[in-house]
Design a protein around this ligand. Structure first.
Ligand SMILES: Nc1c(NC[C@H](O)[C@H](O)[C@H](O)CO)[nH]c(=O)[nH]c1=O
Ligand SMILES: CC(=O)[C@@H](O)COP(=O)(O)O
Length: 190
């Protein structure tokens, strides 16, 4: 489904785990800052709406989207967070630089998710023009920052529950469904 067929800001709080105890890092690119500020506001407001205390949200700025990789890496290494959201806006220019920045950031953030234990959520717009970015940072298509915040909560929960299941030496729920309960994920036998 393309973004044009869904609103990025819509979420059902009944499907979102308790996030009160989670800590979130948000790394924000300063390139296209009118857009990235809108994305940050969407993410921050969604976390607050899901009852994450403001003091449990850490923000760092970096120059551009390519620096999101290093910024997220240092955030993971030095801060006690349960998930990191990286926020950027890359807009096609005259040259192929767009392709290299987008590919580099995508691969770098993927690598962090593979190499570390903390989920890193990819909130980087890769648009053909400014209007597309406006539309996805609080415009007609909603706010990708909101979507990223909800994803961050859900992934922090999965990490937490997987750790609990591992501690009990039990397999995770085979259904793959996300259990929205305060207690650990129900453990089913195969
Ligand atoms: N053109 C955009 C950039 N370019 C800058 C790079 O991200 C990077 O900061 C530079 O190459 C130095 O390493 N960054 C964006 O975030 N958005 C763009 O549209
Ligand atoms: C994504 C970019 O780096 C790009 O916006 C820079 O513009 P240009 O390709 O015209 O140098």
């Amino acid at each position: 489904m393309a973004t044009e067929n869904k609103n990025l800001s819509e979420y059902d709080k009944n499907t979102i785990p308790n996030a009160k105890d989670f800590r979130f890092g948000i790394v924000v690119s300063e390139w296209n800052d009118t857009i990235t500020e809108g994305l940050y506001n969407g993410a921050f407001d969604a976390l607050i709406d899901c009852e994450v205390p403001a003091q449990q949200i850490i923000r760092w700025n970096v120059p551009g989207s390519f620096e999101l990789i290093y910024g997220a890496k240092k955030m993971l290494q030095t801060q006690n967070v349960d998930a990191v959201i990286v926020i950027g806006c890359v807009i096609q220019g005259e040259t192929k630089h767009f392709d290299f920045v987008c590919e580099g950031v995508t691969q770098g953030i993927k690598d962090l998710n593979v190499q570390t234990d903390i989920p890193v959520i990819f909130c980087v717009l890769t648009d053909n023009n400014m209007q597309q970015s406006i539309d996805r940072s609080g415009g007609v298509h909603g706010n990708k920052g909101t979507e990223a915040a909800i994803a961050a909560i859900k992934m922090a929960y999965i990490r937490q529950q997987a750790s609990i299941a591992h501690a009990y030496n039990q397999p995770l729920l085979t259904s793959g469904a996300l259990q929205i309960e305060d207690s650990p994920i129900k453990i089913e036998n195969e």
